[in-house]
Each structure stands twice: as structure tokens, then as C-alpha cells.
Design a protein around this ligand. Structure first.
Ligand code: URA
Length: 271
């Protein structure tokens, strides 16, 4: 094979890998992950670890398909009695193929006792690398949006703090939207997450939580600004900050929705 042919073959292999979602080099030498021993779930640093062992998911045979994975997710989520249980159970859950391509299970950030819980779509590259939700450009946009109404994930006043997570905790390849099956598999975990964090209000950012948690069939452009009920709590559909970065003209809609959210939050203080 000539040097030119070898280069063309290497390029074709590289393109094929990128199409599969391997769009970033994370090491100098290859790792045969099939030869590695199964990882052991570690407790998260800096948080009180619950005493009860987290329920561990059994591997879901591929042939049983999506319904089996949802049933397994329901079983595992129902067995979690604290946020730390849930974090560990997600980190050990093998039912979702996205986990295999992700560097981190991105659980949550902010104050879990805050009255406001914000649910996004799925981690992007920065979130996957750091293991925290909304830390890339869309996250910075979200922080600016929240700051405009006096809210921050680490605000010293609980009433002005928030808790942030994503429906899907693993980065989908090439930042594609999570599929309906992947979202359905994560729904039981998210419903349990909401029960355990027990926020007063929810914000659903973008199409993925609207479809995956509310079964919405219309897009977020139509849904934004509407209040619905999720897990017994009021939930506001809002435009995703990543969309606002691409379409700044929509910021006026986001601002209207932020003001409605602020009103509702102030109502909690006075109620
Ligand atoms: N978009 C999301 O929906 N979540 C993140 O964490 C980052 C970008």
C-alpha cells in the first residue's frame, strides 16, 4: 500500500470513528476496555454518604430491549432513599448505552435544598469532562439568565439558590439529542430525583425534558411560558439557553418567562 493509500485509509477510519461519536482524543495510547475489570462505584466527594448501600442495576440483556431497561430503571430508582443513593445507582446503571461513551455520570449541581430545581437535556462536552451540569457556554448563559432575577446555584440565601440537573446524565455522541428510549429510561430516575430533592418549583429547559417527562408533542417554541404539573409540583417550560445563544432574538421570551418564574418564587416566600 502506498503512503497516499495508507493516509486515505487512516482518514476513512478517523471519519468513521467521528461518525460513531468519538469526536475527541482523550489519551495518547489506546485502552482495551473489554480487558479491564468492572469499575466499582465510588461515593461522591464532599457530601455526606448515605448508610444504605445503593441499589445496583443488573445488566439488561440487549434482547429484552427498551421496555426492560425502563422496568429496571423503575426498580432501581424506587430503591433509592437519598440523593446519594440515587447518584450511586445512576453511576452503576448499565442499561443505557450512552454511559459507555461518557467520561462522567453528570448528576447535579447547586443546592439540593433550594426551592427551584432546573432540569436540562443532557451534558455536552464541557459537562462530560467536568462531571457537572451546565458549565459550558449554555451553562454560562443559564447562569446569566438566573442572575438577572437574583438566583444563583450557590446563592447563600436558600430562597435564591437553585438545584440544576439534566434528564440524561451521560453525554450523547456528538451532542445529538437523547433518543425517546434513552429519555424513557431516565424518566424513573428523574421522578425519584424530584421526589428526593423535593423542590417547590421546577423549570424544564428545552425539548428533551418536555417530551421525555411530560410527553409533549409540540416543540418548546410553542410550549415556553406554560406551567404544567410534574411530580405534584408546578413546572415551567422554558427555552433552552443553548438555543438562545444561536437565536438571541428569543431572549425577550426567556426574559418574560424568567419574570413569571420570579413572581412564582416570591409568592412562595410570601405564602
Ligand atoms: N445543555 C444541557 O441541557 N445540559 C447541560 O448540562 C449542558 C448543556
Amino acid at each position: 500500500m502506498s503512503g497516499l493509500q495508507a493516509n486515505a485509509a487512516d482518514l476513512a477510519r478517523l471519519r468513521w470513528l467521528i461518525e460513531l461519536g468519538a469526536d475527541e482524543a482523550i489519551g495518547d495510547s489506546p485502552i482495551d476496555r473489554y480487558a479491564l475489570p468492572a469499575p466499582v462505584a465510588k461515593p461522591a466527594a464532599g457530601r455526606a454518604v448515605a448508610q444504605a448501600p445503593a441499589p445496583v442495576a443488573a445488566a439488561v440483556p440487549a434482547a429484552e430491549g427498551a421496555a426492560a431497561a425502563v422496568a429496571e430503571a423503575e426498580r432501581v430508582a424506587a430503591g433509592c432513599n437519598s440523593l446519594e443513593d440515587l447518584r450511586a445507582a445512576l453511576a452503576a446503571f448499565e442499561g443505557c448505552a450512552l454511559k459507555k461513551g461518557a467520561r462522567n455520570t453528570v448528576f447535579a449541581d447547586g443546592n439540593p435544598e433550594a426551592p427551584l430545581m432546573i432540569i436540562g437535556e443532557a451534558p455536552g462536552r464541557d459537562e462530560d469532562a467536568r462531571g457537572l451540569p451546565f458549565v459550558g457556554p449554555a451553562g454560562q448563559m443559564l447562569d446569566r439568565m438566573l442572575a438577572a432575577i437574583g438566583i444563583a446555584r450557590d446563592h447563600a440565601e436558600l430562597a435564591n439558590a437553585c438545584y440544576i440537573t439534566n434528564l440524561v446524565p451521560w453525554r450523547p455522541p456528538q451532542n445529538r439529542d437523547p433518543s425517546a428510549d434513552e429519555a424513557a429510561m431516565m424518566k424513573p430516575f428523574m421522578l425519584r430525583h424530584i421526589e428526593l430533592a423535593a423542590p417547590k418549583l421546577l423549570v424544564l429547559l428545552g425539548n428533551v425534558p418536555a417530551r421525555g417527562l411530560m410527553g409533549a408533542t409540540t416543540g418548546i417554541t410553542r410550549l415556553r411560558g406554560s406551567w404544567v404539573e410534574l411530580a405534584g409540583r408546578p413546572a415551567l417550560h422554558m427555552l433552552h439557553p443553548a438555543g438562545l445563544l444561536h437565536n438571541p432574538a428569543n431572549k425577550r421570551h426567556a426574559w418574560a418567562d424568567l419574570l413569571a418564574l420570579k413572581d412564582r418564587l416570591e409568592g412562595l416566600d410570601n405564602g
